[in-house]
Design a protein around this ligand. Structure first.
Ligand code: MLT
Ligand code: MN
Ligand code: ZN
Length: 299
């Protein structure tokens, strides 16, 4: 299985268009310690010229331009993108579907909840369901979005997308609103969890023994957006675990055996984005990598 990180940042990317937090300031100034990053998505393949995108970020067009494997190769119209698999309905995970218009067939997989959000939003009809069928996948039922690839959704504590929050908001719900994906090919297993509000015993079990784990790396500290003066929300309020602390991801997944563990969906306020920072060193000392755009893995 081939894996390419198309984008490693959380919503907004790095730097974010309107942000002057300490990390974005370094990025705006061209400081080499902060590599610019686009919004989170990975591409996976187990065959020739057949790729599946895990989420479609608003930066998808630029991600394809930066990734030769995803570019058209044959005839007048062509794409190796066979399917897009959605883990939730967040803007940073669905807006890229709009860049996949132009009458190209591919499949869109998601839970009933996530596909429902796309159905209700008429703008997504520009990606015609006749050419890009919506294929609901249930928990625990494997699907095969491209040759040689088997995938399965599992529940992850989460919430509805920001743009669907209302008075009835439940953070940490385990419904179809947020999922993780298990991807297997040739006996190798990748687990993709770009958003997660809590670690449950079932989640630990899902992750255990994976050859590669991509996990929610939104914030380093739960209150870092408040501390940086760029927001009023904690990570917990946004439905994201933080990397550090007793209740953070590094601590909660410490004893779960995984061959390689990589943080993805990293918010621009996260100091672990700065090469050489104390936070980066702590993350690496704990056995984690911080994803970069263009990173590749072969499983
Ligand atoms: C999130 O990951 O919390 C969302 O992408 C937030 C957003 O939609 O901006
Ligand atoms: Mn996000
Ligand atoms: Zn910022």
């Amino acid at each position: 299985m081939q894996v390419i990180v198309l984008g490693s940042a959380a919503g907004g990317g790095v730097p974010q268009w309107n942000c002057r937090c300490p990390v974005c300031r370094l990025a705006w100034s061209g400081d080499p310690r902060v590599e610019p990053r686009t919004q989170s998505s990975i591409a996976v393949s187990a065959g020739e010229h057949a790729w599946v995108l895990l989420n479609a970020s608003p930066d998808l067009r630029a991600q394809i331009a930066a990734t030769p494997a995803l570019q058209p190769k044959f005839g007048e119209r062509d794409s190796p993108i066979r399917a897009v698999v959605l883990t939730n309905g967040d803007v940073d995970h669905i807006a890229g579907l709009l860049s996949l218009r132009e009458s190209q067939p591919f499949d869109i997989y998601g839970t009933q909840d996530t596909l429902g959000l796309i159905r209700e939003n008429q703008v997504f009809d520009v990606v015609a369901p006749t050419l890009a069928p919506r294929r609901p996948a249930a928990f625990g039922v494997p699907f095969h979005p491209a040759p040689g690839l088997e995938m399965e959704f599992f529940t992850v504590p989460g919430k509805v997308p920001l743009w669907r929050e209302d008075a009835g908001l439940v953070i940490g719900e385990e419904t179809g609103s947020t999922v993780g994906v298990t991807i297997t090919a040739n006996g190798r297993r990748l687990v993709y969890v770009p958003g997660c509000a809590a670690v449950t015993p079932a989640l630990r079990e899902r992750i255990a023994g994976a050859d590669l784990l991509f996990f929610d790396g939104t914030l380093y500290r739960d209150d870092e957006m408040i501390a940086a003066g760029v927001g009023t929300k904690t990570g917990a309020r946004m439905g994201h675990l933080s990397m550090s602390g007793m209740e953070g991801t590094m601590a909660l997944l410490k004893d779960v055996p995984v061959a390689r563990r990589v943080f993805i969906h990293i918010n621009n306020t996260n100091p672990a984005l700065i090469d050489g920072s104390d936070e980066r060193r702590a993350v690496e000392a704990a056995g984690w990598a911080v994803a970069r755009d263009g990173m590749e893995f072969s499983l």
